[in-house]
Design a protein around this ligand. Sequence first.
Ligand code: F6R
Length: 367
Amino acid sequence: MTPKGKGGAARSRSGVLDSAARRARIDPEDMAAKIAGFPEQLRAGAAIADSAVRGIDPTRPRAFVLAGMGGSAIAGDLLRVLADREGVVPVHVVRHYDPPAWIAPEDFLLFSSYSGETEETLNAFRSLKRIGCRAAVLASGGTLAAQARKEGLPVALLPGGLPPRAALGYSFGALAHIAHHLGVLSDADRRLEEAAKAVEEKAATALLPGVLQSRNPAKRIAIRLIGHPIMLVANHRTLEPVAWRWKGQFNENSKHLAWVSSLPEMNHNEVDGFVNPGAVIGRIAAVLLRDPEDHPRVARRFDWLTGYLKKRNLHVETVMLEGDDPMSRILAGVSLGDFVSYYLALLNGADPSALPGVTALKRALQK
Ligand code: F6R
């Protein structure tokens, strides 16, 4: 469904998705190739982290904490959900200047900033001496990598020249390798390879720009989302971090408003909010990201919500992730969302690589 009165315009815009020349005009920096490179990045993660890992004492930490922002934090969220489901070490993500007061010498801190210049992460790094725990750095260079080297800390050096959000395969692959070394995640390399293979196959057969709209679910979802503010709904214990990735990619690549609503929490408040403002409610599209291993009661909540939101005139999309391993499903969800955000960028006529708001804000804060 497209918003009332806009169906014709939306349909005519959708021609851009199957035209290589029109895609190239809106995407001069080729974000599509970076998104398509995700599985290769996942495979490269272990080699990137290898020399850092050799410098890390493998004693299992009390907690594993990743400090980072935006595209450099999301790998930590993905690890968090895997650790919550199957691990023995809690994983926390710190998106702030100050690490929480409870971090102690028995914990492990990973500072992740693709540019190595993000002020929140650099400030958090300065607390390290006071805390006195083991630590490592994930960066493509910059002040963070230089400081870490000066202090003799292990650095996993990511390949440079990418927008941070387009380096998630590298950062998650490297993080998984480090987490495996510390006993935070099991069997990381084999699982990464299997996930990379599945993501690659799905992209080649169904998601890449060369696959026409009629056979490409990512293009079709993007077309249905034109003109709608997007609410992403996911289970906190399974796919919530994937929903956050979709949200970030819709914001940054597509220049499109989106937010995350977490289950079961949103059933205890937000469900009663779909009334006012009336003019806005019927314009919202809800994307329900479902996992076959969602708690059975959460699955029932998803079913109920589908009918309820439709009655409230929201457009509802359901995505059920596939694969045997939760890691594969999470990474398949990331890849699908990245492609949807890319096609929505084209439909919005927005260069997926440009970040005018984030860049202006960073510049203003430097003054
Ligand atoms: C840009 C992006 C941003 C950055 C964030 C932090 O592609 O995704 O969310 O990741 O501004 O910058 P870095 O990653 O350099 O620490």
